[in-house]
Design a protein around this ligand. Sequence first.
Ligand SMILES: C[S@@+](CC[C@H](N)C(=O)[O-])C[C@H]1O[C@@H](n2cnc3c(N)ncnc32)[C@H](O)[C@@H]1O
Length: 295
Amino acid sequence: MTTALVTEPDSAAPQLARPFLKWAGGKGQLLRQFQPLLPPSYGRYFEPFVGGAALFFCLQPKRAALTDVNAELIDCYRAVRDRVEEVIAALGSHAYEQAHYYRVRDLDPATLSLPERAARTIFLNRTGFNGLYRVNSAGRFNVPFGRYVNPSICNPPQLRACSAALQGVELEVRDFERVLDHAAEGDFVYLDPPYSPVSSTANFTSYSAGGFSFRDQERLAALFAALDERGVQVMLSNSDVPEIPPLYKRFRIDRVAALRSINAKSDARGRVGEIVIRNYGSKRGRKAAQADKPG
Ligand SMILES: C[S@@+](CC[C@H](N)C(=O)[O-])C[C@H]1O[C@@H](n2cnc3c(N)ncnc32)[C@H](O)[C@@H]1O
């Protein structure tokens, strides 16, 4: 095992640091249920599907790599990490108003500075329909204006606390599989992929232009096994649908309940099952099981 960090949040850490983006599948609601399932100690922390980064902001590990295929999201974290005061200033130019929303949505992010781009991402996220992130086939953000009462667009103390938590953290755009190039024995990898649909109408796989197929779920299961083989501690969450557990037969599976609210059909909202798969805990992965064998 490499150097260990305690997973309990540092009591001196700014408690204000919590997700500043609303993210489909965000884990804010599940943090309490996750606490007993976390490894007691670990080296580096990796979150290859970072999204809103709820678990990262809860744990605030000092040595961490947060990655995602969504380049606008990663740029937003980079701006908050490195240029938070400019992001706060740029957010000051936005207001909750429909015509303004569509003008900002139509801007080409490539023409904006990093802090302006981050402010645009935060503004569209806080005021767009249901906090969704969805792009068209050309990769342009296409979520309609959302109806809210006085939505919070900029929370400077929260953004500054998030910036403090992100100091020294690696932020990269990359496919989840590349965590294998970086994670070592004793590290902790938390995998929170786009959900497998819980019904034919509840398809949550359009986070990126490419979506997330069952083939990707199989790739992910192979990655989980490869990390286990290396002695990395791995925790994965997914919706409790029949296709997923058979991919992780050797590992420990716990069931927790999540309140899922992003769904086009409001009657499909409510509590749905969530599974947490781990290679540590009582039912152990191959590496740990081998270590237990006598002789
Ligand atoms: C369920 S969300 C993660 C939610 C996050 N745990 C939170 O608390 O907000 C899944 C994320 O996976 C990302 N993603 C989709 N396909 C990916 C891939 N092939 N590699 C890396 N990230 C991917 C999406 O952009 C999205 O941010």
